[in-house]
Design a protein around this ligand. Structure first.
Ligand code: BEZ
Length: 323
């Protein structure tokens, strides 16, 4: 397909030369909201390159980062119609439609990034991937963006300092519920809008990861970095269910294997990615405080009580976490 695009670019399509190329070559598109330096985008690029080689060019995937294909709600619609083919998505759109997809956001369900990796490969994760066909998708793998941390513009020394603060979250019910439980004002906002909103004081803080805090420079406007590691931030690698059916069985097996291996490799990197970026943030001079589950007080248990009733798979995930 790369050759076909080049020939079209040279105007050779008009001469009828392009139609002699193999009919099965097709350009697929993968959408995601993260910018080029983000690990999700780097992983998507590596997946696309490996798949193109392994399928001898039959499956060429063009990676479109930074929300070029629209926000995640829009990408989900396009995946459902087959207008786009693959995506790396946060679990937000799924969790807002089916509470079970919110279980990975359970506060402190994972002790650290390694523990998070174990849960993302566990039975509950498998069940949720299998259920992606309810959304018209084919689930390929669960990834993550490490653990969630907090960045505020002002000083924070205790959880009481977060009361009344406008904290940016993803537009996602379980994340927002956590912040409401802490007495803060969760302010849902997509990632691309965040830098300006924080710099201009439209939000007082954010729930984010160390990687984004460093790469996107949020720390430049920060009064405190709270290294809390309080939630996993899951990512679903998915294919359009419609388009998936059009791939040959052999290509489906190749694509599945490469997504699974590359996404698992990325997940395994996150402990290190989080640690490297935390060390960079500690050198900026912005105060970094490290906090644990107890620091958040009764809001954590209150979250579980409320979400156990909404999401039947939460009890199963808690059992897996305890193993
Ligand atoms: C965020 O919205 O916070 C986010 C989205 C994708 C990757 C990492 C962070």
């Amino acid at each position: 397909m790369r050759l076909k695009s080049a020939l079209l670019g040279l105007g050779l399509g008009a001469l009828g030369l392009v139609t002699t190329l193999p009919a099965q070559a097709e350009q697929y598109r993968l959408g995601l909201i993260t910018p080029p330096p983000h690990q999700w985008t780097k992983t998507a690029e590596a997946i696309a390159a490996e798949i193109a080689e392994a399928t001898e060019g039959r499956v060429e995937i063009l990676v479109m980062p930074s929300g070029q294909l629209g926000n995640e709600a829009r990408m989900l619609q396009q995946l459902q119609t087959g207008a786009i083919d693959f995506a790396l998505l946060t679990a937000a759109e799924f969790a807002n439609r089916d509470a079970d997809y919110g279980v990975f956001y359970a506060p402190f369900i994972a002790d650290d990034a390694q523990d998070a990796a174990r849960l993302l490969r566990g039975e509950v994760a498998g069940t949720l991937l299998d259920r992606m066909d309810n959304f018209g998708l084919h689930g390929l793998a669960w990834g993550m963006a490490g653990l969630r941390q907090i960045v505020t513009s002002g000083p924070v020394s205790s959880v009481a300092d977060l009361e009344g603060q406008r904290i940016r979250t993803v537009p996602l019910a379980p994340e927002m519920a956590f912040w409401t439980g802490l007495g803060a004002a969760p302010t849902p906002m997509p990632l691309p809008a965040l830098y300006d909103a924080f710099a201009n004081g439209q939000v007082d803080g954010m729930q984010i990861d160390h990687e984004g805090t460093w790469n996107s420079g949020y720390w430049k406007h920060a009064g405190t970095v709270i290294a809390s590691g309080h939630m996993i931030f899951p990512m679903a690698a998915v294919a359009s269910g419609r388009k998936w059916q059009t791939l040959s069985e052999a290509d489906r097996a190749t694509v599945s294997r490469i997504f699974e291996t590359r996404v698992a490799g990325m997940v395994d990197l996150y402990g290190e990615i989080d640690a490297i970026n935390l060390a960079r943030l500690q050198e900026t001079g912005v105060p970094v405080i490290e906090v644990d589950r107890a620091w958040f007080g009764p809001a954590v248990e209150a979250w579980y009580e409320s979400w156990r009733a909404k999401a039947p798979l939460l009890a199963d995930l808690e059992a897996e976490a305890a193993r």
